[in-house]
Design a protein around this ligand. Structure first.
Ligand code: IMP
Length: 202
């Protein structure tokens, strides 16, 4: 059991260049813990992401900021894990159809690989790694579902148009964002992370 040191004040760097993610998490966490961006700490580096698991990638990104910039930091990594593909594309989800592929390419490839397959079970999994005072903490959230037979809906991003979460008939791309966030892998991982962070504050 680790001992949690209580802080009166703590800021955290979110090791991502995705402004949308920073805005989203800041709005959830509120003012109690200011979330800094890479820009805020003048980090303009291309942070390496060379791990072969979501956990390794998330830790690698958070550790990069902690080691080089001296800030407590966190990072996330998400993968789509398809059962009949033994968990692929997993850590390679963003590049499933090739190194410079678009989300549409990834969707096309997924539908093609699963063509004629009846087991379409899949899950999204998000891992968040946080480094505070050189100690690593890991959190995760996942949502089970199925890969649709065809594109369903236009909203959302990434694989949203072909992912139908368990208990629903709509894809993520057909749901209001608030509904998706309430059941999503990222929403669940963030909730776990937040519970932990609150423990640090007096
Ligand atoms: P990242 O680690 O958050 O950058 O996610 C890696 C890849 O997973 C993204 O490029 C997307 O293709 C996919 N992805 C992550 N989260 C979602 C989601 O909520 N819906 C659909 N695709 C997602």
């Amino acid at each position: 059991m680790c001992k949690i040191v209580k802080y009166k004040y703590m800021d955290l760097v979110f090791a991502t260049n995705n402004q949308h993610k920073i805005t989203e998490i800041s709005s959830i966490i509120g003012d109690s813990i200011p979330i800094l961006s890479l820009n805020d700490i003048k980090c303009f580096d291309e942070i390496p992401e060379t791990g072969d698991t979501l956990e390794k990638n998330a830790v690698q990104k958070a550790r990069y900021v902690f080691d080089r910039y001296g800030h407590n930091a966190f990072a996330d990594d998400t993968g789509l894990e398809i059962e009949v593909l033994n968990g692929a594309p997993g850590v390679y989800t963003a590049r499933f159809a090739g190194s410079k592929c678009s989300p549409a390419d990834n969707i096309r490839k997924t539908l093609q690989v699963l063509s004629g397959e009846t087991n379409r079970k899949a899950r999204f999994r998000t891992v968040i790694a946080c480094i505070i005072d050189n100690t690593e903490y890991l959190f995760q959230g996942s949502v089970g579902g199925a890969i649709a037979e065809e594109i369903m809906g236009e909203d959302g991003f990434g694989y949203d148009p072909i992912f139908i979460p368990d208990g629903y008939t709509q894809s993520f791309a057909q749901m209001p964002m608030s509904e998706k966030n309430s059941i999503s892998h990222r929403g669940r991982a963030t909730a776990e992370f937040l519970t932990f962070l609150r423990g640090f504050l007096k």
